[in-house]
Design a protein. Structure first.
Lengths: 391, 296, 346
């Protein structure tokens, strides 16, 4: 008797499990569970926009369960890579294409050419290219991000258009705040003709104007500009009205509009003696995890979050620069960022680029803290990068 | 000799009082600072003035943290409960398993005793980080992947708990052995003469006697597990498993923008409060537990 | 010490096996009691440690995490890379010897402060006839009671350049001497030029080291005070009275009575303090994050960085093996020093 009851319970258990497996099937692509990770700041307009869009998605796809997880920006790349390599991870995540080259080469994001064939016609080619590595498509583009010069109209009526004017403004007491880092400060290299890589991916900053740029920063600092490594502190100075100018990107536009209202202005990075300022132009996109069990669902969600209505909402409420041909920004400030993106320097996806960040960050610290001269700093940077890249 | 405490001459008393007050001020100042930040409704990272009770002080920050501690869909109660499960489970198991080993080290003599004790001490001095990488890799392999049941030991509170036990067990053994060394053997010997076996002696006599030491060791383990964030952060990805200490730490990352200082301070105080209160109430026993364990 | 278990009155009319069984009852009990603990420790501590040694000889990285791709055996390359600074490309400013040196300096400069301040305050609190002793004792315990995460963040905020209370306090004092407040906008955590560059030329000690030193002293002395108080209270008061009757000054009493008698309790506490300070991950990670340009990195923060951000598990494993041997050496040295001081015991 006992043996039978054991057998029966085993059979019941097995059938329970099998039906549990089976019940996950719904019309391909509009059901199941999708887990999305993002790194939008807590309490920011971006985050609220995403939350609203997810609600729309849930209404549009009632069979889909959408889980959203926020990971701080400084952690999200690490965590995603570790999780995917370990066999798990979310179904998809949204982030700038910072390291897309390395992710693609490490099989951490799924190649999407077959899934997205013909679905990305409404997107600007430069945006779609931003999602490609060696010609293979890895993500659905969402918006473009390049830093520009925010300014406070009540403190400075006309923004400086050239580097010389900026230096003058700083000298006359207008506070300029910069985030001291390899990302935010890159845009100024273009103004002095500085080029990061040549055709062989060798660092050529030291021969093309990098040194002049660093010297310019030192001049700015001597004139009173603030170079602050802490993003929150730097931002705070501008948001509380103490700084007249701040170099930052469009993700904070809606928040600054809340703080400064009509006094907020956006101007392109100043042009210099050798060219226009050209910041890194990154493309934010939705990427899919190769380990995902619901690839179709994830793609459906990604396409929904980048369709015409969603993109318009992103633009209007979060200040994102649209990259769809059928969405335009009515806000002139967003249009200013679109301009910055248009002249920006597309992020390279080569493996050599990964070795830019740490040495460059250190270089900015050392030069701006006065530990080494501008010339020494830039030469060291190129030497380090070329050694790390075996060039 | 008189039994009364000798009176201290007044001016000496005053000098001591001034010195001790200054020290108390230095101890209390950061704490007062964080309480002040938590009450500040302006939520500034940089209060422009140097005041203790900010203007318009309110408990708004506490309310906000309790309602929505992080950007993720997990409530404060869930976070606290996860942390409680983790810290409580780990410290309980560490003490439970450790007391037997401590008894063995303390009461018996056998070949290899010194070597085994040494191995415990070796692990004690090793920092937790030394076992993080291999544990991550190992626990990651224990996966149940059967249809809709997906379970990865590493990505669960159990995995984090196992990793934490590896750190707390040696401490429990060491501390409890130190305590058991101070318990006289007469009681056990009497019991043995009366015919009880060593096991009975242990359960009937030693364990009840050791309850304060067990409680203190468990409490020390609990308080270290209560604020553990590094391992949880490395291992967990499901918001449902997140713990209080992790979420507190996430508020202060470099890109957290304006660290919501009042929310952070409020949450920090709420995290610190339970352990602090118990510590203050049980001061005497805990101090006893620390010093006894320390004296080899 | 073995506990006799032979019941009184047993005869010798039992088999040899039975006698052996009874005689070894205790040994068996001893091993049995050890079993659960060592079983757990073997699985989650010893095995990972041995696994780690194996990992340190391979180039284990995230590609091998899933277990489908085995890592390559590279022998001692990881160790050589660490010693010769070939890690520079991945971890700029990485210099193993500087990190080790800083770690040692950090420990050596912290612990004496903790012990000396702790003992002095304990002695002060032990003075007879002192008012409010209980209140002071309760207050002085607070630094240990709060979570390190909170303490580190609060202190970091206090050392902020423009709005930290430390700089504001210094500015207030400077104001009394008509020094403008801007002079006190000290960039504790960002400045990379050491204030005393003539001191230890190979080892820059930036301002963030001093900031953390101050904060860690705040954190460290209460533990020493607690231990010292326990020890002080076990010293019979008659000794002091006899000494003062013999004309000994309080200073002499301190050095001839107090210090030798609290030594047995303070020495283990100091050793414990040394080990924890050497491995003080939480604090350094959260206050300076390794400091400007890695100048305040210690061994454990570098190991964590290797695991978390670089994900070079093989390299991190080699690093951890090195940490283990360094700690072993440190413990042996401490052991020797402890025994050496015991020779001078009363």
């Amino acid at each position: 008797m006992k043996k039978w009851s054991v057998l029966i319970s085993l059979v019941m258990l097995a059938s329970l499990l099998l039906t549990a497996c089976g019940s996950g099937e719904t019309p391909a692509g509009s059901g199941g569970t999708v887990t999305l990770w993002h790194a939008y700041q807590t309490g920011s307009a971006e985050e609220e926009t995403l939350a609203a869009l997810i609600e729309n998605a849930k209404a549009a796809y009632p069979d889909m369960t959408i889980n959203v997880l926020q990971i701080p920006f400084s952690e999200i790349f690490n965590k995603y890579q570790t999780e995917v390599a370990a066999g798990g991870g979310p179904d998809m995540f949204v982030a700038p294409n910072d390291d897309l080259g390395n992710w693609a080469r490490g099989d951490l994001v799924l190649a999407l050419d077959t899934y997205l064939a013909g679905k990305l016609d409404a997107f600007a080619p430069v945006a779609v290219d931003g999602m490609r590595v060696d010609g293979v498509l890895y993500g659905v583009p969402e918006s473009a991000k390049a830093v520009a010069l925010y300014y406070n109209k009540s403190l400075i009526a006309t923004p400086p258009a050239t580097t010389a004017e900026l230096l003058q403004a700083a000298q006359s007491g207008q506070l300029l705040v910069n985030v001291q880092g390899a990302y935010h400060l890159f845009g100024f290299f273009g103004a002095f003709g500085g080029q990061l890589f040549d055709a062989d991916q060798r660092c050529v900053l030291d021969t093309t104007g990098g040194i002049q740029t660093m010297q310019y920063f030192l001049d700015l600092k001597a004139a009173g500009a603030v170079f602050e490594p802490d993003y929150g502190k730097a931002e705070g100075l501008f948001r509380q009205g103490q700084a007249a100018m701040f170099v930052n990107g469009p993700w904070a536009l809606a928040d600054y509009q809340k703080d400064l209202g009509d006094n907020l202005g956006v101007a392109p990075l100043p042009t210099g003696p050798n060219g226009a300022g050209a910041a890194f132009n990154g493309i934010d996109g939705f990427y899919i995890n190769p380990n995902s069990r619901n690839i179709d669902g994830a793609i459906t969600l990604a396409l929904f979050l980048t369709n015409k209505e969603s993109s318009q909402i992103y633009t209007d409420r979060a200040g994102h620069v649209p990259i769809r041909n059928d969405v335009t920004a009515s806000d002139p400030l967003v249009a200013a960022f679109a301009q910055a993106s248009a002249v920006g320097y597309p992020r390279p996806q080569s493996p050599e680029f990964a070795n830019y960040w740490a040495p460059a960050g250190d270089m900015f610290t050392k030069v701006l803290e006065g530990a080494v001269t501008a010339e020494q700093g830039v030469r060291d940077l190129c030497t380090q990068m070329n050694t790390a890249n075996n060039k | 000799m008189s039994e009364k405490e000798r009176r201290l001459p007044l001016f000496k008393q005053l000098i001591y009082q001034i010195i001790l007050l200054a020290i108390a001020f230095s101890v209390l100042f950061p704490i007062m600072w964080i309480v002040s930040l938590s009450l500040d409704p302006r939520n500034l990272s940089r209060p422009p003035d140097f005041r203790l009770i900010p203007p318009g002080a309110s408990f708004e920050a506490y309310r906000r943290v309790l309602a929505r501690p992080t950007a993720n869909p997990v409530t404060f109660a869930e976070l606290a409960f996860n942390q409680l499960k983790l810290a409580g489970g780990v410290s309980f198991l560490a003490v439970l398993v450790g007391v037997f080993a401590a008894y063995s080290f303390s009461r018996f003599d056998y070949r290899g005793r010194k070597g085994l004790m040494l191995s415990v001490v070796m692990v004690l001095i090793l920092p937790g980080i030394a076992t993080v990488a291999p544990l991550f890799v190992m626990l990651n392999r224990i996966v149940i992947d059967w249809g809709s049941i997906q379970f990865n030991l590493r990505n669960s509170l159990y995995g984090v708990g196992l990793a934490l036990i590896s750190g707390q067990l040696p401490f429990a053994i060491w501390n409890l052995k130190g305590f058991l060394d101070t318990v006289p053997r007469d009681l056990e010997e009497a019991a043995l003469i009366d015919g009880a076996g060593p096991t009975q002696a242990f359960f009937r006599i030693i364990l009840p006697l050791s309850t304060p030491a067990l409680a203190v060791t468990a409490f020390l383990g609990f308080s270290s597990g209560w604020t553990e964030f590094a391992l949880s952060w490395l291992f967990l990805t499901d918001a449902k498993d997140f713990t209080l200490a992790m979420s507190l730490w996430n508020m202060t990352g470099p890109y957290s923008g304006d660290t919501p200082w009042s929310a952070f301070s409020a949450m920090a105080l709420m995290v610190a409060a339970p352990v602090a209160i118990v510590y203050l109430l049980l001061q005497k026993y805990i101090v006893g537990g620390l010093t006894i364990g320390g004296v080899k | 010490m073995a506990v006799k278990s032979t019941p009184v009155g047993n005869t010798a009319e039992v088999s040899g096996f039975r006698r052996w069984w009874e005689r070894t009852t205790n040994t068996r009990a001893a091993y049995l009691y050890l079993l659960p603990a060592f079983l757990v420790m073997t699985i989650i501590t010893f095995y990972p440690l041995f696994y780690q040694v194996w990992m340190s000889f391979t180039d284990y990285n995230i590609a091998n995490l899933r277990g489908t791709v085995p890592p390559n055996w590279i022998g001692f390359k990881n160790y050589l890379d660490i010693f010769q600074g070939a890690l520079q490309a991945k971890l700029p400013n990485f210099n193993f010897w500087r990190i080790l040196g800083f770690n040692l300096i950090w420990t050596i400069t912290n612990v004496p402060f903790h012990v000396v301040i702790g003992v002095l305050i304990a002695v002060a609190l032990n003075v007879e006839g002192l008012w409010f002793k209980k209140i002071y004792r309760a207050i002085y315990i607070l630094p240990i009671v709060l979570p390190t995460l909170v303490i580190a963040t609060v202190w970091r905020n206090m050392f902020d350049q423009t709005s930290g209370s430390i700089n504001m306090g210094l500015a207030a004092i400077g104001g009394l001497f008509n020094i403008p407040p801007e002079a006190f906008y000290i960039r504790w955590f960002e400045s990379i030029v050491p204030p005393f560059s003539w001191f230890l030329p190979g080892m820059p000690l930036p301002l963030s080291y001093y900031a953390m030193l101050i904060a860690n002293i705040w954190l460290g002395w209460p533990f020493m005070t607690i231990v010292a108080t326990g020890a002080l209270q076990s010293i019979p008061k008659d000794l002091y009275e006899a000494a003062s009757m013999d004309g000994a000054t309080p200073r002499q009493q301190f050095f001839t009575i107090t210090v030798p008698l609290i030594r047995p309790a303070m020495v283990p506490a100091a050793v414990y303090g040394t080990i924890t300070t050497f491995n003080l991950f939480n604090f350094i990670f959260m206050m300076s994050g390794g400091g400007p340009l890695r100048q305040t990195e210690i061994l454990v923060t570098t190991a964590y960085d290797l695991v978390r951000t670089q994900r070079l598990y093989g390299m991190a494993a080699a690093f951890c093996v090195l940490i283990f041997f360094i700690l072993l050496g440190l413990t042996l040295a401490l052991n020797w020093a402890t025994k050496a001081t015991e020779r001078y015991d009363v």
